[in-house]
Design a protein around this ligand. Structure first.
Ligand code: SAH
Length: 217
């Protein structure tokens, strides 16, 4: 067991690292201060939960680097009335951060096990405004569409068409775009009356968006 003083120190460093990498939005920083990354990282890697690094989770996936979570959340510009869709629940960490900023968060993952484990953490943390489903997120979530904000946390070769269609006019989508085995670009898409604006933000590296539900895990 780590002693409380050392833990408090690590959490301070965690917030400092976020700020120094450009996460400056106070609401995002407050959300990231409130949501402990510890419970989302299991086993061997839990010791490293407060490092600004991506870490392995179950099903061969990864929990994203905290500063990237912060920058993506900031770029999404979420307001308290927003309904948000996340594609790629993974550990559930990004959805938990969003739950502090949005009215309602829907999150989907193709791995049932990840969805099950993330739901258990949401319940334990009392994050009642998140709904997690197992489904292929490249089709979005037609029953709940349209969304004010969409965040994709797996890399697609292009922003998936159904997700663009499920974005409200005035809405924002953040998505890593590019080949899965190389560096991708984080893109911010804004929908307006006449179409879409694309804005390239920074290079990132995400696991690929894969078609179809994963075999039972
Ligand atoms: N946001 C996560 C990290 C996501 S890792 C976190 O905060 O921990 C990317 C996730 O996308 C993986 O869990 C992977 O299973 C999921 N994924 C990949 N393709 C998908 C698809 N088509 N539909 C839904 N989820 C997908």
């Amino acid at each position: 067991m780590t002693d409380p003083a050392a833990l408090a120190q690590r959490k301070m460093q965690f917030l400092f690292a976020l700020r120094s990498k450009g996460v400056t939005d106070q609401a995002v920083l407050t959300a990231m201060e409130r949501i402990d990354r510890g419970p989302f990282v299991r086993g061997l890697f839990s010791e490293r939960a407060y490092e600004d690094t991506p870490l392995p989770i179950a099903c061969g996936q990864t929990i994203s680097q905290p500063s990237v979570v912060g920058l993506m959340t900031q770029a999404l510009d979420v307001s308290p009335r927003d309904k948000v869709l996340e594609v790629g629940t993974g550990s559930g960490y990004q959805a938990a951060i969003l739950s502090q900023l949005a009215r309602r968060v829907y999150t989907v993952d193709r791995h049932k096990r990840l969805v099950r484990e993330a739901r258990a953490i949401f319940e334990a943390m009392d994050l009642a405004n998140i709904t997690a489903f197992s489904s292929d997120g490249s089709f979005g979530l037609p029953d709940q569409a349209p969304f004010d904000r969409i965040i994709v946390t797996a890399a697609a070769e292009d922003p998936p068409g159904p997700l663009l269609q499920q974005l409200k006019v005035g809405g924002i989508m953040v998505v890593p775009v590019g080949q899965s085995d190389s560096v991708q670009s984080l893109i911010r898409v804004r929908r307006h009356e006449a179409g879409f604006d694309y804005d390239e933000m920074r290079p990132v590296r995400f696991v690929p968006l894969v078609e179809g539900l994963a075999p039972d895990s």
